[in-house]
Write a protein of this length. Structure first.
Length: 133
């Protein structure tokens, strides 16, 4: 069989959330998520910036993001982060759910989002403040 050579590295094969914002904004969000215990302290920052749509590309392998809070908060995070893309029809909820499952881990397993049930909590408010400073 022929050997196919992919000159673009591995990042191209990983789907990611729509581009929105920039690296500086992404770094702030990343740091606050880590500081507030939403994502693991050893999360790879460049993977986060790429998969969350703050950076257009990255070198090396994309590492999954380990989510430390509830599935409901994970849904709130990816929904808030992608609000514009969802409202404009660029990102469908089903696609968002599939991407989250591919890109996030929870308790060592792919993160399947909870059915949406708005449970306002101080952590929900905290996420809003992180994403909408």
């Amino acid at each position: 069989g022929a050997v196919t050579y992919n000159q673009h590295g591995t990042a191209d094969n990983i789907e990611h959330f729509p581009l929105d914002g920039d690296v500086a904004e992404g770094r702030k969000v990343f740091q606050q998520l880590v500081d507030n215990g939403f994502i693991a302290k050893d999360t790879d920052e460049s993977s986060f910036l790429f998969v969350m749509g703050y950076a257009a590309g990255m070198n090396g392998d994309v590492k999954q993001i380990v989510w430390l809070k509830t599935k409901q908060l994970a849904r709130e995070f990816v929904t808030l982060r992608n609000e514009k893309a969802i409202e404009s029809g660029q990102l469908k909820i089903a696609t968002m759910e599939k991407l989250t499952e591919q890109l996030f881990l929870m308790d060592g397993k792919p993160l399947k989002l909870a059915k949406n049930k708005a449970v306002p909590s101080w952590e929900s408010e905290s996420l809003k403040n992180i994403l909408r400073p």
